[in-house]
Design a protein around this ligand. Sequence first.
Ligand code: HQG
Length: 186
Amino acid sequence: MNSERSTRISKFLSLVLRHQPETAHVQLDKAGWVEVQALLAGCAKARRPISKSDLEHVVETNAKKRFEFSADGRNIRASQGHSVAVELDYTPQEPPEMLYHGTATRFLDSIHAHGLRRMQRHHVHLSAETQVTLQVGARHGKPVLLTIQAGAMHRAGHVFYRSTNGVWLVERVPAEFILFPASPAG
Ligand code: HQG
């Protein structure tokens, strides 16, 4: 499969498994799973046919490991990023001392005032790596890196989860735990 088709399938799967399952005529269970057979049948019905081997290829090679099969291989779900109501049954984990969040400079005033909010998603997404976060921020505008004092937040009682694909998730980040870059204007 060429990478263009792989990306197209991945985007469609994100739509179905995170946001609008009805597009492929399926329903997610409360942990976000859908039967692989039902998904493939639903995709065909939606005139977006995907073979089982294409699906396996996309899940396996997806750069961000966005999707996962259940242990028995019968079900599939998105590892994170949902806007529909799901309980991903992740267990709380102790985060590293520092985590990172990439955003755009145009959001900084609001983030100063309100902290990081989960917006349309279930959680604020944080990363242990700075490289990834700058790419995430660049999706929204001129990227800027925020350092999050995750260890201190955890000690203050905030609950952190880590998705199967390594994204750190937290309900919100109050502004006092955010280290903002020094403004170039001083
Ligand atoms: C910003 C991708 C103003 C926040 C990535 C972000 C990630 C505020 C935007 C995943 C704010 C929301 C998530 C506040 C937060 N005022 N703006 N108080 N609080 N924001 O897309 O983190 O490709 O919902 O900084 O890799 O950009 O989907 O979140 O800029 O893991 O697999 O509001 O999406 O993964 O944007 O990205 P998003 P995000 P996938």
